[in-house]
Write a protein that binds this ligand. Structure first.
Ligand code: FE2
Length: 373
């Protein structure tokens, strides 16, 4: 019985993912972006790859905090895919890398199930061992790279020079990536939901329709896909019919196509994390004072002081499993595209449905200021 059950599980999870390996952004000026991640977001600079290390066309900076690894990459000449990506999308996410035990097996399993392959298995070697990588397409110009690092003893990957430049004000307590949200075109959400289900073996955790997520002006639909272990969560949004331009449409316009909308970073103490981030100068969406007036009625007793939440602009939502605290940054580049969420979970595995209305109204105020509503 036991063996049978195990075999069945193995058949079901044909793509065992160990977790998010790293997220790579293509940016206009990685050297300066890396300093923003250090001094404002509290990341440490831990690696570098560029012309000095034998990489001719681009420069990459590896930033780390907790288990989060962010790679910032810029082209150093104009006739280069990275330069074209940045010209079209502005700064944005190119790679959502997934750690696996066997990159070749992951590539074959997904190829058989319809994945479009971007690059075949490549072996990267140095004196510390070998890392195998292979990539498939997902929405827009975004790709998933399977990273097999079991036989590597070095810090990150061959080709990178190790660095150790700590954040000037210390880290801010960010621990890992909770979820990564993608925005896709109207009518395309189910296509990508099916892609994650069929090609990567994910299942649907939640579904929010436009009734649940709408204000007077904006509306969207969202489905949350997660892998077999529940470690990786990818919500997919599409715009819904609304009176004015929805925030998803604004994103699609300015990103010039589908892409990653936000990365949610988890903390064990959101008050301390947001305190430090604000101190470092990070800008968040502002929440009206009225949000806090009936907060206790809506979410019941919570451990945090309402004054602290109000002072920092942190939102709270409760469901049957517990509650969560969350806050959203303003876009982190001039285009109104990618932003971050900081989240702390106290039992809830949700995404803050009860906050969507307050949040969207905050986003609309900013859209109106940009003349895009
Ligand atoms: Fe989120």
């Amino acid at each position: 019985m036991q063996a049978e059950a195990t075999r069945e599980t193995e058949t079901e999870d044909f793509l065992p993912l160990k977790g998010m390996d790293h997220v790579e952004f293509y940016v206009g000026n990685a050297k300066q972006s890396a300093e923003f991640y250090r001094s404002v977001l509290g990341f440490a600079l831990r690696g570098y790859r560029g012309p000095e290390t034998g990489c001719r066309g681009s420069a990459s900076y590896l930033l780390e905090q907790g288990k989060i690894r962010v790679l910032l990459t810029s082209a150093i000449k104009s006739d280069n895919f990275i330069a074209h990506h940045v010209a079209k999308h502005g700064d944005g996410v190119r790679v959502l890398a997934l750690e696996v035990d066997d990159a070749a097996a992951a590539l074959e399993a997904t190829r058989q199930r319809g994945a479009e392959v971007v690059s075949e298995v490549e072996e990267l070697k140095d004196e510390h061992g070998v890392v195998r990588v292979a990539s498939i397409k997902t929405y827009g110009d975004t790709i998933h790279t399977f990273v097999e690092r079991g036989a590597y003893k070095g810090h990150f990957m061959p080709g990178f020079e190790e660095r150790d430049k700590q954040p000037p004000n210390g880290d801010v307590g960010l621990k890992g990536i909770d979820h990564v949200v993608g925005n896709v075109e109207l009518g395309k959400m189910n296509h990508w939901v099916n892609f994650y289900a069929k090609t990567l073996g994910f299942s649907q955790l939640l579904h929010f329709d436009d009734e649940a997520i709408s204000t007077d002006y904006t509306a969207l639909m969202s489905k949350v896909m997660q892998n077999g272990t529940g470690k990786i969560k990818f919500p997919i949004n599409e715009p819904a019919e609304s009176k004015k331009k929805s925030q998803i449409e604004e994103y699609l316009d300015f990103y010039d196509g589908p892409g990653v909308q936000h990365l949610a970073l988890i903390t064990g103490d959101i008050i301390s994390t947001v305190d430090k981030l604000r101190e470092n100068g990070l800008e968040f969406l502002s929440i009206p004072h009225t949000y806090y007036e009936d907060l206790t009625e809506r979410v019941g007793v919570i451990k945090e002081k309402i004054e602290d939440l109000q002072r920092l602009g942190i939102l709270v939502d409760r469901d049957d499993e517990g509650y969560l605290l969350q806050i959203f940054t303003r876009p982190i580049q001039d285009r109104p595209t990618v932003f971050f969420e900081v989240i702390q979970r106290r039992g809830s595995r949700g995404f803050g449905l009860g906050n969507f209305k307050a949040l969207f109204e905050a986003i609309e105020r900013e859209q109106a200021r940009r003349g895009n509503l």
